[in-house]
Design a protein. Structure first.
Length: 86
């Protein structure tokens, strides 16, 4: 089915204004998805320096054995939440 820009404009005008941000975000997503399919691009290229630093910190923690098992992490989080709820 072929849809025209006029039909899309008509649908947009009928939406409550609070949905327009979500529609715009979806349009941006589609444009990004389309452009990414045309060009082979690694998602890591879009990471901020802060995100890259966080990843490197995690890698360093793993290499230096500064990690917790899943069970240890659950226990630590449970204890933290108990202390914060007092």
């Amino acid at each position: 089915m072929e849809i025209s820009i006029k039909e899309i404009e008509k649908n947009l005008k009928s939406l409550p204004k609070e949905f327009l941000g979500q529609v715009n975000d979806y349009i941006d997503f589609l444009k990004s998805k389309y452009s990414e399919s045309k060009v082979e691009k690694d998602w890591a290229d879009d990471l901020t320096n802060s995100q890259k630093d966080s990843i490197q910190k995690g890698i360093n923690d793993i290499e230096n054995e500064k990690t917790y098992s899943h069970e240890e992490a659950k226990q630590r989080i449970r204890q933290y939440l108990l202390e914060k709820s007092k």
